[in-house]
Write a new protein. Structure first.
Length: 363
């Protein structure tokens, strides 16, 4: 009887001990969860949002909100693509969907990893990338650190983002992996610059990644613009490396890849055109260049009204080029008309927002 009683007492003591330990573990887990939630919120709060031009946080959030496998055409590249392509114009004209994942000074490395990440969520039939990125003189990861941060920091954490961070650091002399894993270490002194926009929960971008801008800087097309002089050059090795990976990935996935150059009055040249054309031909890739005077006339481009500055289209210009490009895509490839699909209501609503912006700035 005493032995049984002793066992019961020991059992009760063991139960109390384990209950105590259980409470301690639960408390520890609760603390960790609260810490991580607070840390995540603080990081999100302190990360730069920028103005409309640089607000890649909003564009990235909206990309992740897109229903799976509903984006037909993907645009990647730098600011000429970000300014110059209007997915909503393409939607209204032909009913297929597209998204612009372009960022300032986007390097081919980031373009490649953006493509990889996009394929986790979407199955685009056509991928269109900035032809000019083929002619970058290098990755310049330290020189372009602010732009790279705006491209990388808003990405969801994944093995793809982790590989990009390691890749980025391997080409850098002074950037650290931990500062990309924990952006708060990079922006810890930004607390004094926080404004109301940092507390905004509505991070929706109705323009599907396009930078909508109506400011206008009239310009003249130079007399010798795209004059047939100059010779082709090959891409530098580290740039070639990532473009070849992009090409191989698209071929592996059965994706149509197109290089696209929009007009840049101070930078587009015939020799650059030849360089991209030769590379595209060697790799069996379509190349479209909108810089020649005859196609500018066909598009209806007006340098007095269609430019934000000499190297970037404004939204009036983007509508003209997007309409022309969408017509080509619709005629050459089998793209779905989603006007009667589940996504149509949201796209129509977003187009109405875009249309009101156009009407407001057309006066």
């Amino acid at each position: 009887m005493e032995l049984v009683l002793m066992k019961m007492i020991l059992s009760i003591e063991d139960s109390r001990y384990y209950m105590k330990k259980k409470r301690e573990v639960i408390s520890a887990i609760g603390f960790i969860i609260c810490f991580l939630l607070l840390f995540t919120y603080t990081t999100s709060l302190i990360m730069p949002k920028g103005n409309a031009k640089f607000d890649n946080v909003k564009r990235m959030d909206t990309f992740y909100r897109q229903p799976k496998n509903t984006i037909d055409v993907l645009f990647l590249g730098a600011s000429t693509i970000r300014n110059g392509i209007s997915p909503l114009t393409m939607w209204e004209e032909f009913g297929f969907t597209s998204y612009v994942r372009a960022t300032s000074s986007q390097s081919p490395m980031i373009t490649y990893y953006y493509l990889l990440e996009t394929l986790k969520y979407q199955s685009p039939k056509v991928v269109i990338i900035d032809g000019g990125s083929l002619l970058q003189t290098g990755l310049k990861v330290d020189e372009n650190e602010p732009s790279n941060r705006k491209a990388i920091d808003p990405m969801r954490f994944s093995l793809i983002k982790l590989n990009l961070i390691f890749d980025m650091q391997s080409h850098s002399e002074n950037q650290t992996i931990i500062s990309y894993l924990f952006p708060i270490l990079r922006y810890h002194d930004r607390w004094k610059d926080i404004t109301k926009i940092d507390f905004t929960n509505d991070r929706y971008d109705p323009y599907k990644g396009q930078y909508v801008v109506f400011t206008n800087e009239p310009a003249d097309i130079p007399n010798d613009f795209m004059e047939h002089v100059g010779t082709a050059s090959d891409p530098v090795e580290e740039v070639y490396f990532y473009h070849k990976k992009i090409i191989d990935l698209c071929k592996q996935k059965g994706i149509i890849l197109i290089y696209l150059d929009l007009p840049r009055l101070n930078k587009s040249t015939y020799s650059k055109y030849l360089s991209v054309k030769n590379f595209a031909a060697k790799n069996d890739v379509i190349y479209i260049n909108y810089s020649f005077p005859e196609i500018l006339e066909e598009v209806g481009f007006d340098p007095l009204t269609d430019l934000e500055n000499s190297n970037h289209l404004n939204t009036f210009g983007s509508i003209k080029f997007s309409r022309h490009l969408a017509s080509y895509l619709e005629s050459q490839f089998t793209l779905p008309n989603r006007k009667n699909s589940d996504v149509a209501a949201q796209w129509d609503e977003d187009y109405r927002i875009f249309e009101r912006q156009i009407e407001e700035h057309s006066n």
